[in-house]
Design a protein around this ligand. Structure first.
Ligand code: AMP
Ligand code: GLY
Length: 428
């Protein structure tokens, strides 16, 4: 099979790494890719916003399957346009990807189907939003309705913070994504990322993971796209997975099918496991980044037939096998991320780092410059390791990081702390 992968992050490097291990693969292309993906696939400079150009490329190169990594092309309807041209594409349609691209859409769907989530209201007008906020009190959560690259959420500890978040969002701070704001009840619990492969009707639970959204150690600092992850998430026991499928994912799949927008692709549920059970924080219509990096290291089965079964509606009798060992990934980011940062600094020592047992290094924002690998984004490398325990995976990842020479980068030094506290019996 010929496969085209769309995207350029660490998530796509991990997907590429797994796809090239499939005996079904003839050739893998990636648009646009990065320096790490270039070691697995032929990277091409294709404008993925130009769907006609993507269709042309697929026809010229006899692409059998397109795998879409990020949310923006999904929300732009790339899967619909490829399907109309007779090309199989993994991921939801434009209509189904509203589960990520409109928080208001998802909240209304939850309300109509009794899916547990934080109580909420939708607002287009700042004065009524502020009146509601004052009535509810703080802490309270304010979100831009649309896609805002993970930056459209303010967890406000005070009324003043919540009101200024409303001014920022409805005042045009997020462009069209902020035409509407969602104000939500603040819920308390342990967060988990849960991934389900869907074929429009059936959902096959994949593995679970825990992300680290804050930039600095001790879960301090601004929210980011994710600074590290590990899998599995211990809070997602078999019973909790079954309950989440029953109360959250299956009702969502039924409701989407009933609306005439059956959900295919991977459904990423951001969960808060509260004392009353799992509650949905948000859906994403794609694989997580950096969660995919740990998921792919743990996946024993071939990924390609699973992606095909999702596209073809054949997941009912499908199964996947996983390695029991946990995996952990540490994100190395450019200093300044998630704010302003410089690009173009040289990264050395990657080969030595990759020699540490159990370690795979996935590239995110990198490119080649002559013989060098240089930084080319905010999140730059994902140093990923497996081990018999999360502690062992963590030790291996940080041993590899110690071999990487990149003074312009930084990483958190405590990725995995919750799982490790559990392993050591010190979790409070
Ligand atoms: P999101 O972009 O929706 O994943 O939100 C970013 C982060 O904000 C989440 O990972 C949570 O830590 C936090 N968050 C979002 N919604 C809530 C909520 N209703 N209650 C408490 N924390 C929340
Ligand atoms: N790591 C969270 C996300 O991919 O949105």
């Amino acid at each position: 099979m010929n496969i085209l992968l769309i995207g350029s992050g660490g998530r796509e490097h991990a997907l590429a790494w797994k796809i090239v291990s499939s005996p079904l693969l003839t050739k893998l292309w990636c648009a646009p890719g990065n320096a790490g993906i270039a070691q697995e696939a032929e990277c091409i400079a294709l404008d993925v916003a130009d769907h006609a150009a993507v269709v042309r490329f697929c026809k010229q190169n006899r692409i059998d399957l397109v795998v879409v990594g990020p949310e923006a092309p999904l929300a732009a309807g790339i899967v619909d346009d490829l399907a109309s041209a007779g090309i199989k594409a993994f991921g939801p349609s434009k209509a189904a990807s509203q589960l990520e691209s409109s928080k208001g859409f998802t909240k209304d769907l939850c309300k109509a189907n009794d899916i547990p989530t934080a109580a909420y209201e939708r607002f287009r007008d700042a004065d009524s939003a502020k009146a509601y906020i004052r009535k509810q009190g703080a802490p309270i959560v304010v979100k831009a309705d649309g896609l805002a690259a993970g930056k459209g959420v303010v967890v406000a500890m005070t009324l003043a913070e919540a009101e200024s978040a409303i001014d920022m969002i409805l005042g045009g701070g997020f462009g069209a994504a902020g035409a509407e704001a969602v104000v939500e009840e603040f819920i308390v619990g342990e967060e988990a990322s849960f991934f389900v492969l869907c074929d429009g009707e059936h959902g096959l639970p994949l593995a679970t993971a825990q992300d680290h959204k804050r930039a600095f150690d001790g879960d301090k600092g601004p929210n980011t796209g994710g600074m590290g992850a590990y899998s599995p998430a211990p809070v997602m026991t078999e019973a909790m997975i079954a309950r989440t499928m029953r109360e959250i994912v299956n009702p969502t799949l039924r409701a989407m099918a009933a609306k005439g927008m059956p959900y295919k692709g991977v459904l990423f549920a951001g969960l808060m496991v509260t004392k009353d059970g799992p509650k949905l924080i948000e859906y994403n219509a794609r694989f997580g980044d950096p969660e995919t990096q740990v998921l792919m290291l743990r996946l024993m089965s071939d990924l390609v037939p699973a992606l095909l079964a999702s596209v073809d509606g054949q997941l009912k009798n499908f199964d996947l096998r996983w390695f029991p060992d946990p995996a952990l990934t540490v994100v190395m980011a450019a200093k300044g991320y998630p704010g302003d940062y410089a690009k173009g600094s040289r990264i050395l020592g990657l080969e030595e780092a990759a020699k540490v047992e159990g370690v795979e290094i996935f590239h995110a924002g990198t490119k080649t410059s002559g013989a060098d690998i240089v930084s080319n984004g905010g999140r730059v490398l994902n140093v990923t390791a497996t081990g018999q325990t999360v502690s062992e995976a963590q030790r291996r990842a940080y041993e590899a990081i110690a071999r990487i020479e990149w003074p312009e980068g930084f990483c958190r030094s405590d990725i995995g702390w919750q799982a490790i506290a559990r392993e050591k019996g010190t979790k409070v």
